[in-house]
Design a binder for this molecule. Sequence first.
Ligand code: ADP
Length: 364
Amino acid sequence: MSPATREDVLNALAGIPDPATGKTLVSAGLIQGLILKDGHVSFAIEVPAERGAAAEPLRKQAEAAVNALPGVLSVTAVLTAHQPTSRHAAHARDPAPNPNGIPGVGAIIAVASGKGGVGKSTVATNLALALSKLGLKTGLLDADIYGPSLPRLFDIYQKPRSEDGKKLQPIEKFGIKTMSIGFLIKEDEPMVWRGPMVTSALSQLLFDVTWAPLDVLVVDMPPGTGDAQLTMAQRVPLKGAVIVSTPQDLALIDARKGLFMFQKTRVPILGIVENMSVFVCPNCGTKSHIFSHGGARKTAETLNVPFLGEIPLVSAIRETSDAGTPIVAQSPQSAEAQAFMEIAENIARSLTAPIRQPPRIVME
Ligand code: ADP
């Protein structure tokens, strides 16, 4: 079947009246950022912020109408606020957090960093593979919607399928289930995300994907401490967060910010990982401490959070990532892969502790 066209989608949406104005979604100019790619459709519905959660049925209706079209494999419709009137209004559309997490998913852990470029995605990916090697049914969600890296790290360029037209099926590779916004949107097609859109997109990647059954879902968070992290903390009962940092002081200061953000939302910190810890010369095997090695361990001690381990700076880690077969998948017996295995064992131990409920964040 040939994929649906832009015109098909707009025609379907033109059949839906906006109850607030009586105009259709299209004639009222509410449809923004329509993207079609091989039968996968995404768009935003721009509503005034004060309509908040009241617009959710409209979003569902729009999604269903497009889903019903022949040649449509998946639909992602998100609500976006047109000039929120206040912070409170911007958050009003968030439904209550789901206290039961994702049905059939044992634990959700976030891998985060205070800033980009510290190797967060590299660590999240290899940790997910290492947890799977420990015998846990593992999923990996690339929640970095600003710069998805999973297509490159796992060399996945196929589109996820949907059997029922409602939920996307994760793509399985190296024994784990994966999902990334990058599977749906082209790499060179930058999306302009606004706060509420981020919330909605992340929510769909969590709840509208057939993750179950899983023992653990590893979430590769966007860098920083903004909306996306708050969403995660609010919406899902995170088992905990792993903070990735390089040994440089600056990154450590950023790591502290990340740490404090999770503590503020009462997400337990599973610990800190020091990445690019020691440089191992590929020719002679000599170890050199290019950055002031050990900073993350000291920070962890000072802040009274666990230190989970260190990953050396070795070209094999970058090369295997770039080749789409991360080191734990490609050379599980190598010293680098073993460093990830050790950290995964530390994390797996903490997964047996009782799960906590997500906090409600009340905006003043
Ligand atoms: P982030 O997710 O924090 O932005 P990435 O995981 O994308 O960072 O890593 C940034 C770059 O550093 C990538 O090219 C990656 O291959 C490389 N890299 C990450 N960790 C290591 C490591 N331990 N040794 C060598 N290269 C690394």
